[in-house]
Structure formats: structure tokens, C-alpha cells
Ligand binder design. Structure first.
Ligand code: ADP
Length: 537
């Protein structure tokens, strides 16, 4: 309960950090996207500005060259028109033919010149114009001197006609001048010249009314980096298309950037979460440990107090001579001995534990007989067990090989295991067994009781320092939670390991497995030359 209450603000901080990190990630992601969109937007805006500029350059070019020619028409000397215009049309590349109509939209005499030397072809165009194109021209509604274009397709052929209405005030007459623009020249010569300056950076193409490519290469896959607009007043059946040459690179670049941003943000988010989880984990572990430590201190103090007050009480009884019979006196002395043993065991445990904690636990390894060590250690317990009416079954195999061991540490290990069996083993018998594994490579020492047992999820934790099982915490069986941590340390220092086999409510068996070490013994025991120190190297 206490631990939970201390941790709650910490656990509360985790969702807060999570929310903050998520909000930050969302904000950064949106910002990165906005930035990408902005730069994409400025590329597209640049493309469209240049596209509009190029389109109007084409149209100005057509309009300007037509206007120059219109100005050359001298209505005063129309009789001269044919001669002068043959000259002009021949020299001008932009115009292929010129026609002058009167106010009734009839051809004036000598009012038709064509660059083509082939007469039938020139006449064919005039006929086509008079029959098919002229009706399309809104000549009557035309404002004087107002210059307009007709872009039409007749029998699959594109025609661009430039026309103007002129008023001859001297003769009070109206004339219409129509120029046939040379589209082959426009596409073949003028377009390449006009698009030259941008051709290195952009793909340019002009698309006809039926989707056919009039100029350049068809542009595909440019996506939003495609400029596609119809010409406005001259070749208005055609469209100008433009795209940055590196549009594929641009698109891939912006996709790559978006991916990199997402990965980076995800990575940062992951790191924040892992860091926070790690922090919460470390702090909660630290808090759990500190709570366990305070519990440990209160347990140890209690464990010290009980035997001390018993020793004091019976020593005072003896001192004051308040002993009725010599048997009673022996009994009191026995209690004093037992309690002082308990005290010194506890102190040994605490001292060894603190040495182990500081990494200073040193073991004095000597060749020894574990059977003897076990028997000697169990002698300590005999009196206590007999008094408490507990049965101790000891089974030590005959041929236990001598092995390298620290006798004191091994005694401490066994005493801890047996002490636990007494404390948590209920009233049933306690069995201590020492034997060699079937293959003869290991020595097995086990302590079995038939008491409380240990739940499966706690069987690993009991070897951690200060840990006490749930079943024990609510009883008045006192303990410090360091005994098994010491047992584990001692077992491992001997190159072995400790395991537990237990069922809740049915008892437990703790088994120490020690490798049999190959030792060369000197005949002189006092030498102790096989000894070594397995401390903090
Ligand atoms: P303690 O001083 O509490 O006995 P230990 O480190 O020796 O400390 O044991 C840790 C915990 O393991 C004990 O508190 C107890 O909950 C559990 N435990 C140890 N031995 C036994 C056993 N033989 N039967 C049941 N539980 C045991």
C-alpha cells in the first residue's frame, strides 16, 4: 500500500509525458508538412508565372508582327496593293497570304496575294477562304482598326487568320484586311527561338485541339508540377504545357523529405517514450528497494530485540538464583545458548550481506568434505528442533568427493536453508539430503519442508535481496529477506547454483548444485595450498 501511494504521481507523469510527446510529434509533423508544402507551392507559383509570361510572349509576337503588316496597307492606292503586297508577303516569313475585302465582304480587285508560287494551290485557298472561312468571321460587327484573330480547323488543317476593319474616310468606304499567318513558320522557327531560353530548365510543348503534339515532346507524370493553359487570343485552339525538367527529382525529393521527417519524428517519439518508461522503471525499482530496505531495518531490529530480551530475562533469573531445580537452570542456560546462536547467525548474515553488497565478499576456498560441514552445521539445530518437536531427517551419502569450498560460507548457506525450513515449514519433518548426481559431476545438497510453499511467480524473486513472499508478509514470522540472496551469492561463488521446487501450501525443496572440482591435494593438510580467494577481483 505504502509503495503504491508513493508511486502514484510517478505513474501519473507517464501519461502526461506521453501526451506531451504525442502533441510535440503532431506539431512537428504538421510543421514539416507545412514547410514542404510551402516550398512546393513556391516552385509551382514560379512555374505558373513563367508559363503565363511565355504564353503572352508567343501571342505578342504574333500580334506585333501582324500589326506591322496591317500598317503597311495603303488604302489610298489599293490598285497598287497587289504589287506592293506580293513584295511584302514574299519578304515576311510570318504571313503567307493577304486578302482585302470591300464593305460587302467581296474581294476587291487585286486584293489577294499569296506567297505560294503554285497558282492552283493559291486559288484553292482563296476559294476555301471565301466559302468556308469568311462566313465564320464576324466582320460586320468588327470595330474599325480593332485587330482580331480566328484560329480554326478546316478539314483537319489549322488556320490562323488575323483580320482588321479599316475605314477609308476619303472615299467613305470600309475595307477588311485578312492575313493568313504562316503556322509552319511559327511552329518551326519562331517557337524554338522563343522557348530557347527556358528549354534548359523546362519541358515545353504545344498541344493541338485534338490533343496532338504541335511542338515539343508530350509531357507525362509531372503531377502538380505541370503548367497547362490555352493561348488566349491568337492560337487559342492550342495549349501551352510546361514542367520543370527535374520534376521527377522534385517529387521524389519532397516524398523522401516527408518520409525522413516522419521517420525522424517517430524515432524521437520512440526515444522519449523508451526514456520515460526506463525512468519510471528505474525510479519505481529504486522506490521499491528503499521501501524494502526500511522494512528490512525494522525486521532486523525486531529480530535482534527478541533474542536479546530472552537472553536478558533468563540470565537475570539465573543471576538472582531464581531457579528451582538444576534441570530448570540447564533449561535456562540452553535458552540463552540457543538465542545467542540465533543472534550471532543473524549478525553473521547481516555482516556477510553488507560485504556482499559492497562487493567485498571474500571466500576462502579449501579442499573440504561437504558431508562433514553439513553434519556439523546440523548439530546447531538439533537441540532447537528437538525442543520444538520437529523431526529432522538427514541423509548424507557415503562417497561425497572432497571439493573446493569455504566451510564457513557453506555452513551459513545450510543454516539459512534449514532456518527457513523451520520458520516456514509448518510442523512437518525437515529433510536434508547430500548426494552426488548420477553422472558424478555434481554434488547435490537439498533441504525439504512441508510447509507454506512458494507461489510460482515468486520463486525467482525470493533470491532477490529483501524480498519476502505474500504468504509470509501477513504472518508474524519475522525475517529480513537477505538469507536467500546470500545463499545464491555463496552458491555462485562456488561455481554452483541454487534452485527451488515448490508448490504453494505443500512445501518446498531448495537444492544446491555444486560442481565437483578437480583438486590436487598435498599430503600435508596444514599446507592448504589449494586455497584461493574468490573475492572482488
Ligand atoms: P527471511 O529472513 O525473510 O526468511 P530469506 O531470504 O531467507 O529471508 O527468504 C526470503 C523469503 O522467501 C522469505 O521471506 C519467505 O517468504 C520465502 N521463503 C524462504 N524459504 C522458504 C520456505 N522454506 N518455505 C516457504 N517460503 C520460503
Amino acid at each position: 500500500m505504502k509503495i503504491r501511494r508513493q508511486l502514484s504521481p510517478l505513474y501519473l507523469s507517464f501519461p502526461l509525458v506521453l501526451i506531451a510527446a504525442l502533441a510535440l510529434a503532431r506539431y512537428s509533423y504538421r510543421n514539416a508538412r507545412q514547410l514542404a508544402q510551402n516550398s512546393e507551392g513556391s516552385v509551382i507559383a514560379g512555374l505558373f508565372a513563367l508559363g503565363d509570361q511565355t504564353r503572352s510572349r508567343v501571342e505578342s509576337f504574333v500580334i506585333d508582327s501582324d500589326r506591322e503588316l496591317f500598317n503597311l496597307v495603303d488604302l489610298e492606292h489599293l490598285q497598287d496593293f497587289s504589287r506592293r503586297w506580293s513584295e511584302i508577303v514574299r519578304l515576311s516569313h510570318a504571313v503567307e497570304a493577304a486578302i482585302v475585302l470591300d464593305e460587302n465582304q467581296q474581294l476587291v480587285r487585286g486584293g489577294y496575294v499569296n506567297k505560294r508560287r503554285n497558282k492552283p494551290e493559291a486559288e484553292a485557298f482563296l476559294r476555301l477562304f471565301m466559302d468556308r472561312i469568311r462566313p465564320e468571321l464576324p466582320l460586320a460587327e468588327q470595330r474599325p482598326d480593332f485587330h482580331r484573330h480566328l484560329h480554326t480547323n478546316v478539314d483537319g488543317v489549322d488556320y490562323l487568320l488575323s483580320y482588321i476593319k479599316r475605314y477609308d474616310a476619303a472615299r467613305n468606304r470600309v475595307f477588311y484586311i485578312i492575313l493568313k499567318v504562316n503556322l509552319d513558320y511559327l511552329v518551326g522557327t519562331s517557337f524554338p527561338e522563343m522557348f530557347e531560353s527556358i528549354a534548359g530548365r523546362f519541358l515545353v510543348s504545344v498541344i493541338g485541339s485534338r490533343g496532338e503534339v504541335i511542338f515539343g515532346q508530350p509531357i507525362s507524370g509531372a503531377g502538380k508540377y505541370l503548367y497547362d493553359k490555352r493561348f488566349e487570343s491568337t492560337v487559342y485552339q492550342w495549349r501551352l504545357q510546361m514542367a520543370p525538367l527535374d520534376n521527377v527529382k522534385l517529387r521524389a525529393g519532397s516524398q523522401k523529405q516527408a518520409l525522413a521527417d516522419t521517420i525522424l519524428i517517430g524515432l524521437m517519439l520512440g526515444l522519449i517514450l523508451i526514456g520515460t518508461a526506463f525512468l519510471v522503471y528505474s525510479i519505481s525499482t529504486e522506490q521499491r528497494l528503499s521501501a524494502l530496505k526500511s522494512e528490512f531495518i525494522s525486521n532486523v531490529s525486531h529480530e535482534l530485540k527478541t533474542p536479546l530480551s530472552l537472553i536478558r530475562m533468563f540470565a537475570e533469573l539465573l543471576m538472582l538464583g531464581k531457579v528451582k531445580t538444576p534441570e530448570k537452570g540447564r533449561e535456562y542456560a540452553g535458552i540463552i545458548t540457543r538465542e545467542s546462536e540465533r543472534l550471532s547467525r543473524l549478525i553473521d548474515n547481516v555482516l556477510d550481506f553488507s560485504r556482499m553488497e559492497r562487493g567485498k565478499a571474500a571466500y576462502e576456498m579449501k579442499p573440504g568434505d561437504l558431508g562433514e560441514v553439513v553434519e556439523r552445521a546440523l548439530d546447531f539445530f538439533r537441540y532447537r528442533l528437538e525442543r520444538e518437536g520437529r523431526q529432522l531427517e538427514v541423509d548424507i551419502a557415503q562417497s561425497i568427493p572432497r571439493t573446493l569450498l569455504d566451510e564457513n560460507a557453506m555452513t551459513l548457506l545450510l543454516l539459512n536453508l534449514v532456518d527457513n525450513a523451520v520458520k516456514y515449514g509448518g510442523t512437518g519433518p525437515i529433510a536434508v539430503r547430500l548426494c552426488v548426481s548420477p553422472r558424478g559431476k555434481e554434488i547435490l545438497l537439498s533441504v525439504t519442508d512441508h510447509g507454506l510453499g512458494i507461489a510460482p511467480d515468486e520463486q525467482r524473486k525470493i533470491f532477490e535481496r529483501f524480498y519476502r513472499t505474500r504468504a509470509v508478509r501477513n504472518t508474524n514470522i519475522r525475517g529480513s529477506g537477505i538469507g536467500l540472496a546470500l545463499v545464491k551469492h555463496i552458491a555462485e561463488a562456488h561455481g554452483g547454483h541454487i534452485t527451488v521446487d515448490s508448490q504453494g501450501g505443500k512445501g518446498s525443496t531448495f537444492t544446491l548444485t555444486l560442481p565437483v572440482s578437480a583438486i590436487k591435494e598435498e599430503p600435508d593438510e596444514a599446507g592448504g595450498d589449494a586455497a584461493f580467494d574468490k573475492g572482488d577481483s
